[in-house]
Design a protein around this ligand. Sequence first.
Ligand SMILES: Cc1ncc(COP(=O)(O)O)c(C=O)c1O
Length: 440
Amino acid sequence: MSEASIKANHTTYNLQSWSKQRGLNPVVIEKAEGIYMWDPSGKRYTDMSSQLVNLNVGHGNKAIIEAIKKQADRYCYIGPSYASEPRGELAKLLIELLPDNMGKILFTNAGADANENAVKIAKMFTGRHKVFSRYRSYHGSSFGAGNLTGEPRRYPLEPGIPGFVKFFDPYIYREPLKFGSEKEASDYYLYKLREQVIYEKPDSVAALIVETVTGSNGVIIPPEGYLQGVRRICDEFGILLICDEVMMGFGRTGKMFAFEHFGIKPDIVTFAKGATCGYVQLGGVAVSKPIAAYFDDNFLSCGLTYSGHPLACAAGIACVNFYKENRIIENVVARGAELQEIFKTLKEKHKTVGDVRSIGLMGAVELVKDKATREPVVSYGKDPEGVMKKINGKLAAKGFMTYTHENMILVAPPLIITKEQLAEELQKLDEVLDEVDRMF
Ligand SMILES: Cc1ncc(COP(=O)(O)O)c(C=O)c1O
């Protein structure tokens, strides 16, 4: 099919997510390999967002493709109540990767329904109904997960689900209060959170869900002591702590799961994206041993036709083995340190770079009109001149493919990226930031 026909079919018959449909001009991808993609004219693009921060192992991974093919030859589908080798094996592998308090896994289709099922499980286990989540968070776009989400992607779902309560994140860069240390900031946010829990009637609160490290809302890394304090508040009031590891899980931050950086053990972990890197979609909910034991004698009222789809589980097993055998986490730690260094230089050099934040290979560059006032180049939902789209277009013209959110450029390449490739791509970012400096 010609490039023009592929594009015409897309724009005529597909509703493209998170977009006004008029004027869309998507890039047609002819082939993809590793961190690169090519359009039909042969132009090469670098996948600097790992698609939607899910394609951790890059495109065309032979081991995963072979595992899917092998399973497809055996059988493609079997219902969740049958014992299937890939479903059981992947659950075992994941439980072995998770902290020792974890008991069992419920597989889902993706991240949003993982979070919704986590909330359902928390409600059944505690007999309570309220759920705390943060404003600056994204937990999925389906009805329940969209209501957990705090940022404006929640608005079309309003009025929201009763009992879903929001609290503020420790977003220190945009906090008008000035703190002497990270610890001081954590103490402040934790004091406010504890007070809010008390005002919401603690024995009505089933769970508190956090993106362990906030992802698409700007890579907000918890300050020192914050998540440990959240864990303490949950323990004090018998609230379950759910860590949404959909974006950060499976090596993105330089640990298999992001909560490992902070020395906490969640009661429930949700995951998706990097579990299968998009080769076949899969999500899941890992629950602690006490929660798993509760359902020995209590009915688990959760179910999905495709829970633990054999092809997805086969991809998941191959993916986890690939992470281990190819020392992917070690690469993330090394490349992550280089990314942090180059980010620092970009911040010093460019007048429009207000802040840079990164952990492992998850980074954000926050663009401002003025470093002193920290005024963002655009505020959320208010970019009538399409400034961020223009900036993203400049990156794309150089073959640096990523996405932006509010006034931020996300940098999240596949975890297999090499030192040379990373340096080459960040040079392109540097050049575009020179142009951004001239725009303001
Ligand atoms: C932290 C987080 N949770 C949940 C989701 C939703 O996952 P999915 O799009 O697979 O439903 C996302 C997607 O970006 C995410 O980043």
